[in-house]
Design a protein around this ligand. Structure first.
Ligand SMILES: C[S@@+](CC[C@H](N)C(=O)[O-])C[C@H]1O[C@@H](n2cnc3c(N)ncnc32)[C@H](O)[C@@H]1O
Ligand code: SF4
Ligand code: SF4
Length: 352
């Protein structure tokens, strides 16, 4: 028996079925989930997290095809239960759901998550509105900033709370505010600023965007934003000759309990049949994971993005495996269990 090949290292869980914003760059392109009802109940989320942890899982991303914190009870259950079973927890939110303005949720996130990242692609209300195109009147830049401040305070007060920071996706319309955002979050005591560009390449990544990022890098190297950590996400896409085993490293479970090979292919408006590899309303997560072990590598999708490619690269480097002390022999056996060179399939996992 070679090393112990268990399930993915990372589980992305989506709890939201609504979003108060309609960001210009968003993967979902304004689309919502087509189906309603039949949500994975909190008890189902608890079972999922327990099985994930006992299968060797390490980390949970609470995020969305939409906004995860529009369902505060489900979100709090995910964070609390994940922590209880020893998983690291990262939360991605736009910071504007009402549940973040008062009540128990900010405290749960600040005390129990390891990291909370608020997506805030602007440094002024006007630009925020232009880029995020709010669909709810309460979804404002001021409210999102208030959330970051609240989480920072609660985290600090708890003594050992979440690392709280901001994500700024740079497009033409907000590029001129990137430096102001870095200064703002430095002065307010955020831990990090995550800088990204449109991974789909749909929106222009022209001179304004490149210059703003170059200038930010320059200023960051000169220490102008310290102690704020500036993190530039710059994964590269895989070549089309490469196969995908990203799902050995990370899978995505949507609010209905459907399991997908990756978050890109689970987005509202995407979701091809082949990308759905399980349904937690009729089977257990452990069964899905067992089945995933036998899925041969997928043909690389034409519209994969650097973000998903990064997980694929990690899976190929073996980070998806939890093995006993390695010997060369075990290593080879282990890799051939998950990576079948030359085995080309029709992009359809053998499921159901
Ligand atoms: C899809 S959102 C879901 C969680 C939450 N609604 C939010 O905005 O943080 C997760 C992250 O994906 C990022 N994102 C959305 N569309 C993107 C794109 N085309 N390229 C790169 N990142 C994108 C968002 O900026 C956000 O930080
Ligand atoms: S807030 Fe998040 S999910 Fe909503 S539109 Fe913006 S990026 Fe997409
Ligand atoms: S190639 Fe990219 S988009 Fe396609 S399944 Fe793999 S990670 Fe997802």
């Amino acid at each position: 028996m070679p090393g112990r090949q268990v399930g993915p290292r990372i589980l992305e869980i989506w709890t939201g079925v609504a979003c108060p914003l309609n960001c210009r760059f968003c993967y979902r392109h304004g689309k919502d989930f087509e189906r309603a009802g039949d949500l994975l109940e909190p008890s189902g989320l608890t079972d999922l997290l327990r099985e994930f942890a006992s299968g060797g899982g390490e980390e949970v991303y609470l995020s969305g095809g939409l906004e995860p914190l529009t369902r505060p009870h489900a979100a709090a259950r995910v964070v609390g239960e994940a922590k209880r079973v020893g998983l690291r927890v990262q939360v991605y939110t736009n910071g504007v759901p009402p549940a973040l303005a008062a009540g128990y949720l900010p405290g749960v996130l600040a005390r129990e998550a390891d990291q909370v990242r608020v997506s805030l692609p602007a440094a002024t209300e006007l630009t925020y509105r232009e880029v995020t195109r709010p669909v709810a009147a309460t979804a404002t830049f001021a409210r999102a900033c208030g959330t970051v401040d609240r989480l920072l305070k609660l985290s600090k007060d708890s003594g050992n709370g979440a690392r709280v920071g901001v994500s700024f996706l740079v497009v033409e319309r907000n590029a001129r505010e990137l430096d102001a955002a870095a200064r703002l979050w430095r002065d307010r005591g955020a831990a990090f600023l995550n800088v990204r560009v449109d991974a789909e390449g749909v929106l222009s990544c022209g001179a304004e965007v490149r210059d703003a990022i170059a200038s930010l890098r320059h200023e960051a190297n000169a220490g102008r934003y310290r102690p704020l950590e500036i993190d530039f996400f710059s994964g590269g896409v895989l070549s089309h000759a490469e196969r995908c085993i990203a799902f050995h490293n990370k899978v995505t479970v949507d609010p209905f309990g459907l399991v997908f090979v990756c978050c890109r292919q689970a987005q509202p408006g995407a979701r091809p049949d082949w990308a759905q590899v399980g349904d937690l309303r009729v089977e257990r997560f452990g069964q899905v994971i067992q089945r995933l072990q036998t899925v041969p590598p997928l043909r690389h999708c034409a519209r994969c993005t650097p973000y998903e490619s990064w997980f694929n690269r990690q899976a190929q480097q073996g980070t998806a495996t939890h093995q006993e002390p390695a010997t060369e022999e075990k290593e080879v056996a282990l890799r051939s269990a998950v990576w079948v060179p030359g085995q080309v399939n029709s992009n359809k996992p053998r499921v159901r």
